[in-house]
Design a protein around this ligand. Structure first.
Ligand SMILES: NC(=O)c1ccc[n+]([C@@H]2O[C@H](COP(=O)([O-])OP(=O)(O)OC[C@H]3O[C@@H](n4cnc5c(N)ncnc54)[C@H](OP(=O)(O)O)[C@@H]3O)[C@@H](O)[C@H]2O)c1
Length: 243
């Protein structure tokens, strides 16, 4: 049995990735964070015994412990870990100029969910991942994570948190690649947001569907490279970004 744990799978890209892994025959443990979204329940009902929603707040070690216990009830190993969960925030974006404030609490929340969360999850689930055959760790980053290409002057907390994620992944790669783990750092593109009824909110015609980005991620997430010792940030078009 091939198994994958996906964080933040209630909607959007995480849910679409769950669909893709189901198509490939994986048993999917889908991290649930939102109480008011039923999309994951619908997918679980369509895939009895193959998709298990697992309550998981990646910023809370106790929640991660509970998720570990729940996943362990169904499987003795995990082949793949996909970190999708993120706190993106809303209108309270931080700017250095103007009247908007930099809010230390929201800044900490962004880093805690987006950078520390994936690290805590990998650390806790490492015994199950070591028992898996694939040992593939995938992380959803962003174009805003790249220090080299950053042009924005606002939204410090989301941008800084994704750069911190990249550093966490770089250091996990240093530690775990020699133990047989391979890594993917993925830039999914600018996506439409998914609403509770499953519809996609379109702010701009340049936005892509999460399902499209998930389908483009799969060859990256499942493929093998000759140079796995090199960590790269790849986008949904296959372009490699400096980070
Ligand atoms: N959307 C874009 O254009 C875009 C662009 C570049 C990169 N990305 C990245 O792509 C990934 C997916 O984006 P998306 O648009 O599909 O986002 P999304 O619809 O907001 O999905 C992310 C999920 O993670 C959940 N989450 C938030 N905090 C969590 C926590 N502490 N523990 C577990 N889950 C938590 C979210 O819940 P809430 O909705 O309650 O927060 C949401 O269900 C994210 O990592 C994002 O940073 C997105």
């Amino acid at each position: 049995m091939k198994t994958v744990l996906i964080t933040g799978a209630d909607r959007g890209l995480g849910l679409a990735l769950a669909r893709e892994y189901l198509k490939l025959g994986y048993t999917v443990f889908a991290g649930r964070f939102l109480a008011d979204y039923a999309l994951l329940d619908d997918l679980a009902a369509e895939n009895p015994g193959r998709l298990f929603p697992v309550p998981l707040d990646v910023s809370d070690p106790r929640s991660i412990d509970s998720a570990y216990a729940e996943v362990s009830r169904h499987a003795d190993h995990l082949d793949v870990f996909v970190s999708d969960a993120a706190y993106m925030g809303g209108p309270e974006n931080s700017r250095i100029r103007g009247e908007e404030k930099i809010d230390p609490a929201l800044m900490c929340k962004s880093v805690r969910v987006n950078a520390l969360g994936p690290l805590l999850c990998v650390h806790r689930f490492l015994p199950m991942l070591q028992a898996g055959e694939e040992k593939r760790l995938c992380f959803i980053s962003s174009e805003v994570s790249s220090v080299a290409l950053m042009l924005r002057d606002g939204d410090f907390r989301y941008c800084m948190s994704k750069t911190a994620l990249n550093m966490a992944v770089r250091m996990m790669h240093n530690a775990l690649f020699p133990a047989g783990f391979t890594f993917r750092l993925y830039q999914p593109g600018w996506m439409r947001r998914q609403m509770p009824d499953g519809s996609l909110y379109n702010r701009d015609d340049r936005q892509i569907d999460p399902g499209f980005s998930a389908a483009r991620a799969m060859p990256v997430f499942t493929g093998r490279r000759a140079d796995e010792g090199r960590l790269e940030l790849v986008d949904y078009l296959g372009s490699v970004w400096p980070f």
